[in-house]
Write a protein that binds this ligand. Structure first.
Ligand SMILES: Nc1nc2c(c(=O)[nH]1)N(C=O)[C@@H](CNc1ccc(C(=O)N[C@@H](CCC(=O)O)C(=O)O)cc1)CN2
Ligand SMILES: Nc1ncnc2c1ncn2[C@@H]1O[C@H](COP(=O)(O)OP(=O)(O)OP(=O)(O)O)[C@@H](O)[C@H]1O
Length: 198
């Protein structure tokens, strides 16, 4: 792996964490509400049943209403659970808003009950958090490599959609061989389509 790219990504990560930290509550609220509507009216939503999503933390777009809405519509909704025994590994477990526990990062996750575990290969839509993205669909995450590893196990038919604030769009994100590109990104300003799957 190139140390140069690794350093560039680390620098960008720290800059974008800072920017997100400075976001005001009103922008977070209003952008989350616009993105709720974009996801709720996504043209493929009615054709897909099994959705991987996430619980937000630290000024990420608020996914709580979105997750509840998707579940109320009858979708199967799964959220990540970090596996503390395997480095960079997470699995998805079914979402129940009344049954979430806070993990070591301060992110709410479902209890890891075997009977509630998703078959990652069966996910049809995956909503992905990101610190930054570019118009080629490259993504910068929090740096654990969790999504890079997980996306390798997802079906090539699964629609992978990054969720972010518009200010997280950058001109160029340096990538490494294992970085998995997004199909789409949704911000409060735009619905970007990088790869037209359907
Ligand atoms: N909501 C959400 N869930 C997610 C992610 C995410 O970006 N957002 N992840 C995306 O991959 C994974 C979790 N990855 C994470 C990686 C680092 C930190 C974190 O807080 N890092 C600290 C430093 C911690 C340390 O050094 O001990 C920090 O940035 O201050 C949090 C989550 C899986 N779940
Ligand atoms: N498929 C992989 N195989 C082995 N190591 C990996 C893989 N993906 C990522 N890593 C490791 O994880 C570290 C972080 O990767 P990267 O910078 O791509 O994370 P990220 O995409 O920002 O984080 P995340 O996916 O958790 O949001 C890398 O430095 C590398 O050591």
């Amino acid at each position: 792996m190139s140390d140069f790219i690794k350093d560039q990504r680390a620098q960008l990560r720290s800059l974008m964490k800072q920017k997100r930290h400075e976001l005001d509550t009103y922008s977070l609220y209003s952008s989350s509400s616009v993105i709720f509507n974009t996801i709720a009216s996504h043209p493929f939503l009615s054709q897909k049943r099994i959705i991987g999503s996430y619980s937000s933390f630290k000024n990420e777009i608020d996914m709580q209403n979105i997750n509840a809405h998707l579940k109320a519509l009858g979708h199967e909704v799964y959220l990540p659970v970090i596996n503390s025994k395997i480095k960079g590994h997470m699995d998805f477990y079914s979402y129940d808003e009344h049954n979430l526990v806070v993990n070591s990062f301060g992110i709410k996750e479902p209890a890891a009950l075997t009977q509630n575990k998703a078959d990652t290969a069966k996910l049809e839509i995956l909503l992905v958090p990101m610190l930054a993205f570019d118009l080629k669909g490259n993504r910068l995450g929090m740096g654990g490599g969790y999504y890079d590893r997980m996306l390798k196990r997802v079906s090539s038919d699964c629609l992978v959609i990054g969720i972010a604030h518009e200010f997280q769009k950058l001109q160029y994100i340096p990538v490494q061989s294992w970085d998995m590109p997004l199909d789409e990104a949704i911000t409060e300003k735009e619905h970007y389509i990088f790869i037209k799957k359907y």
